[in-house]
Design a protein around this ligand. Sequence first.
Ligand SMILES: Nc1ncnc2c1ncn2[C@@H]1O[C@H](COP(=O)(O)OP(=O)(O)OP(=O)(O)O)[C@@H](O)[C@H]1O
Ligand SMILES: [Mg+2]
Length: 308
Amino acid sequence: MATIEIDNLHAKVAEEGGESILRGVDLEVSSGEIHALMGPNGSGKSTMANVIAGHPAYEVTDGQILLHLDEDEFEDIDIDEETQTWDLLDLEPNERAALGIFLAFQYPAEIEGVTMVNFLRTALNAKLEEREELFEDEEEEVEADGEDTNEDAAGYESSPMEGPADDGEVGVAEFQSLLQEKMELLDMDEAFAQRYLNAGFSGGEKKQNEVLQAAILEPSVAVLDEIDSGLDIDRLQDVSKGINALRDEVGTGILQITHYQRILDYVEPDYVHIMLDGEVVKQGDASLAVELEEKGYDWIREDVYGTA
Ligand SMILES: Nc1ncnc2c1ncn2[C@@H]1O[C@H](COP(=O)(O)OP(=O)(O)OP(=O)(O)O)[C@@H](O)[C@H]1O
Ligand SMILES: [Mg+2]
């Protein structure tokens, strides 16, 4: 099991005099749980997702984000006392990803010249390699009695932009069958695998592709930023099936950012959190999202601030 623990998180835009956006967020997501994060436009939801992933546009001014891992979180790696808790704010975005944090973007990027199949296999191999290195470095540091022996430059050694590396833990043939299985689950046309990443994809196809990436990378915690926006009813169901499979088969903890109750009918949340002005001001179960749909946000503002 893995748990991401966000305590009193404050963040601002990383420039002089940059606006404060997050003003004390507390939130915890564990493996196997589904959380929905809702809130008005501009309340700070995407900013929080980006801060979790390590986006350089934001500076954390207070609070912490910890990742707790159980001994058996990764099949191929022994996790001991020293490597059970990680301070995510000390880590680069690729190191966070290697530890199992995944962010599906609200606006996925298009990358010409990199096919989906190459991108996904390279990303998977880079993640596995980085993870191994992280745990090795940690062991060396402990052995060196606290001396900093970590001389690695930030960033993956092989980048998904460089195209296929022939080496890597997961080979071409093995990856093909993995990809096929995940694409079938999401009801995606196999032809997509040979197309350039998101280039010319429709809005809905891009969103489906984000879930495919998560299905391949099998994260411990996935933050899905408005994965439901722009999906037609059939695709909403395919994407929901993919998210539920992540939770049920991989044990991923899901933090689903959404404006609408609709996807929550298919991906039923265990917890619903409401963000207002950079703070999580209310938490409840699935019924809170239904209530919100009926009453809007003024009711929450009145409840929290005593005035709409
Ligand atoms: N890099 C940035 N530079 C300047 N302002 C920013 C930056 N990132 C976010 N903001 C501001 O912070 C506030 C929160 O933005 P954020 O994207 O987190 O909102 P959101 O809750 O995801 O909204 P939506 O529901 O519309 O997606 C907004 O007022 C936004 O303009
Ligand atoms: Mg947003």
